[in-house]
Design a protein around this ligand. Sequence first.
Ligand code: MLT
Length: 264
Amino acid sequence: MSQPTSVVLLHGYPFDRSMWREQFDFLDAAGYHVIAPDLLGEKHDKLQCVADADPREPDREAKACCTMDDMARHVERLMGMLRIKQAVVCGLSMGGYVAFEFAKLFPERVRALILAGTRAPADNEQEKQGRIKQAEQMLAAGMSGIAEASLPKLLGPRTIAEKPDVVNRVREMILAADPERAAAAQRGMAARRDYTRDLPGLEVPALIIVGRQDQIRPVADAEFMHRGMRNARLEIIEDAAHLTNMEQPEDFNRAVLSFLENPV
Ligand code: MLT
């Protein structure tokens, strides 16, 4: 009997694996082997990047930087433990950066890529400073200010008006995030590479997904990746902003299934 195709779902920031609930259930029911790890490790574990820091560093928790490389290696270790040789790697936003890093580090392990609400270029100086500032705010004041400020950018107007359950789920997810871990991820994103040069070398089939109303990673970012890759398909989801998979799960799942059944 042939093995089912494995699909690894990589969440965005400052979220956790629960953002993939609808995709997990849908793909599992369709016969795929789905894995959705928490990219910063399990909640009760010490952050790997803190465990690895010099123990003489007094502020190591507060200054922790969890890089895209750290997260990609965490995914690879998990695949090794689960004896998965190769998978379709699907990342949303920060998860997309991790997918790029994973594809660079472990190309033989990638069967196809799904890049949602993400972009290839690195941050400019202003964006980096914004992340460092946000990391400091989270450590000082927790997640609630960030939750309220980011909801109108993460979700489209229609989701906000008509899907209170989605709005609440996203808010709860942000409020449940550990500020230390979220700050470490912000620093890691500020330090991430520019993936633009990787694009032409990515030969595996790719599906690029973007929400029509995404202000964080707009359609132009998706079109840029689409132009740069050899074997990519672009899917624009209507009535959705940054969290396409939660805002329009049926459209998202349909696009993913059609790609998995018939990669470009
Ligand atoms: C995310 O949703 O993962 C973040 O918006 C990514 C980012 O801040 O670049």
